[in-house]
Design a protein around this ligand. Structure first.
Ligand SMILES: C[S@@+](CC[C@H](N)C(=O)[O-])C[C@H]1O[C@@H](n2cnc3c(N)ncnc32)[C@H](O)[C@@H]1O
Length: 216
């Protein structure tokens, strides 16, 4: 069997966003991805304690991380005001540690909008929505420019699993291509840390995501 894997979103429509956020409440494997990212950004030796998330969305990862790491400051970048309102509710009491930054990741000047230099840039289930491999490669290049020496980029996103006969929307592509784009951006030794909910034969749009890390 083969088919198409992809999804359509209306990220600026309040009713769509709230319904989507309600359906996207983190499951056990999604929480495992958050824990992996939490562990990475908690490692000693990072140049500072500021974390930038690309595509804050409803704030599920932000809440998970802020409730478990008392030290970091957090910046959530998104192009949707509607998602900021949802994220404020999700993050709740930790909001004083969060800066909300409105920017479009397709606009290559987005780095000028962030509040300060982060030591870690993280993202989950967001970059595939930029719609092409080139757009993701551009984000990796901007991240390399932003991060200090020793800073880390961690992307947990929907990918196209190896060996599938299915067609995937252009923003979902193989982990080897992601690592290649990280390398081309200048990162040393990019690595695949984990794959989640792998399903090559009968995938849904909510399965097949991976966590990739690179250090500047
Ligand atoms: C799936 S949500 C992220 C979920 C989030 N990581 C969490 O754990 O709650 C994806 C987010 O990426 C944002 N996004 C999509 N395209 C974008 C773009 N071009 N610029 C900035 N944000 C974008 C959407 O508005 C949405 O809020």
């Amino acid at each position: 069997m083969a088919g198409f894997v992809g999804a359509q979103h209306e990220f600026h429509d309040a009713a769509f966003v709230q319904g989507w956020a309600d359906r996207f409440v983190p499951t056990a494997p999604r929480l495992a991805l958050f824990d992996l990212i939490l562990e990475q950004i908690g490692q000693p030796g990072l140049p500072n304690a500021h974390v930038l998330e690309l595509g804050l969305g409803p704030g599920y990862m932000a809440r998970h991380i802020l409730e478990r790491n008392a030290i970091i400051s957090y910046e959530g970048l998104d192009f949707s005001e509607v998602f900021f309102e949802v994220a404020k509710n999700t993050v709740g009491a930790s909001m004083p540690r969060v800066t909300l930054t409105k920017a479009d990741l397709m606009d290559q000047t987005w780095p000028a909008t962030i509040s300060r230099q982060p030591a870690a840039i993280i993202s989950t289930w967001a970059l595939h929505d930029l719609g092409s491999q080139q757009a993701v490669a551009d984000v990796y290049a901007r991240c390399y420019e932003i991060l200090p020496e020793g800073g880390m980029l961690i992307n947990g996103d929907f990918i196209k699993p190896d060996g599938t006969a299915w067609t995937y929307e252009p923003g979902r592509f193989e982990t080897a291509r992601h690592l290649d784009f990280m390398r081309r951006a200048g990162f040393k030794n990019p690595m695949l840390l984990a794959c989640y909910e792998t399903n090559t034969d009968s995938p849904t749009a909510a399965q097949n995501y991976a966590c990739m890390i690179a250090v500047r």
